[in-house]
Ligand binder design. Sequence first.
Ligand code: UDP
Ligand code: GLC
Length: 419
Amino acid sequence: MNSPELTQAFPSVETTALQGFPADASDAAAITTSRTPTVLFVDQSGQPGGAELCLLPLAGLCAARSEVLLLAEGPFRARLEALGVRVRVSSNTRVAAISKQALRLGWLRAIPGILGQIRAIAAQARQFDVLYLNTQKAFVLGALGKPLHRRPVIWHVHDVMTGEHFGRMQLRIVRWLAKYAADRLVANSRASADALIALTGLPAQAVPVVHNGVDASTFAAVDATDLVALRRRLGLPETACLAGLFGRLAPWKGQHIAIEAMTHLPDVHLVLVGAALFGEDAYALQLRDQAKQLGVADRVHFAGLRDDMPAWMKAMNLILHTSTEAEPFGRVVIEGMAAGRPIVAAAAGGVLEIVRHRENGWLVKPGDVAGYVEAIETLRAEPELAQRLTDQASEDVREHFTLDRYLQQLTQVIAVAKS
Ligand code: UDP
Ligand code: GLC
């Protein structure tokens, strides 16, 4: 496989502009010229998870010459269509039920569905220059169909491919396909890239890193000078100290760690923004029970899934990230930084490429309840420190995690895949 001339590692961002593609992000609209490849994007989910929200602006930018194929119905479709993106859905309940840990015998029953989806993706891919696979299941199905569609395959890797997150069989399939069927790989962090490199033995330059970007102007547009009014509008306690935790409710996202921390922080309220997107309903119920049993239910607020993150984030005093396993990237971390709120994050995975302890945020050992308590107490007691961290974090977002930079780099990856 070819190796793209792209390298990424915060803080030394380095890109090589590729022929026929914008050297400057402000020219990113050039993606829609007739020289640019047509793209079929495929994503397995109909839910707006991080990988999907990462695809959203790219698909929007490429809308004139691309289409998105989703392998499940859901609200993500409307988000894409609102940007003028053409969307098709090809769903199969048995294939959708194959989960990331449980790729065992159950998948045999899904074989007819798997073959159907491989054919559906291939038939659609033949109408485009490039096939861009945005999730792991989409990658497996799209790559297996390569003899049928014969299109260059890009896999955008959003996962840390290790035994911590995935079953052995799944790792084996992915290793084989990444080596023999992917034409271009691009990872959302050094952590995700390194795990894939270790799994496949591919050379490091075969897996460039493109960090997610955030549109800082959407955060600047929210006026939080009257914090009480903002909180009233969102139905939040108006004057309490609010710690916000943003993201889908899932055991490895560690919402239970934050709830436990509340038992040691009697005047802090925890706001959990997000829902169980991928079937983790039992965990969502368990969190409510945990809050009751620990006697903190009156200070733990379940806000559900929201789509106005800038307002919710700016309504907080500080923002927590509590993943107990290595976070592949962590969009919520750069969003929290863009919101200008101090961020306390779990020190593992892609987060280590974003947060530097006591420089632009605060790092805690994953799962360390006492560490979160100490971080929150310190940031409350030392407002100058909190301010210094948020100032640096805002600068880092402006320098390294812009949406323009992200779009420019991914459009280059697409251009190289066609050539
Ligand atoms: N998010 C959202 N509404 C919510 C909670 C979260 O839109 O109620 C968004 C959040 O702003 C972020 C994404 O969901 O952009 C989660 O991405 P992240 O990379 O942090 O985690 P993932 O879920 O992809 O593992
Ligand atoms: C995945 C990861 C998350 C990452 C997102 C966007 O969903 O779990 O860490 O930020 O993709 O790349």
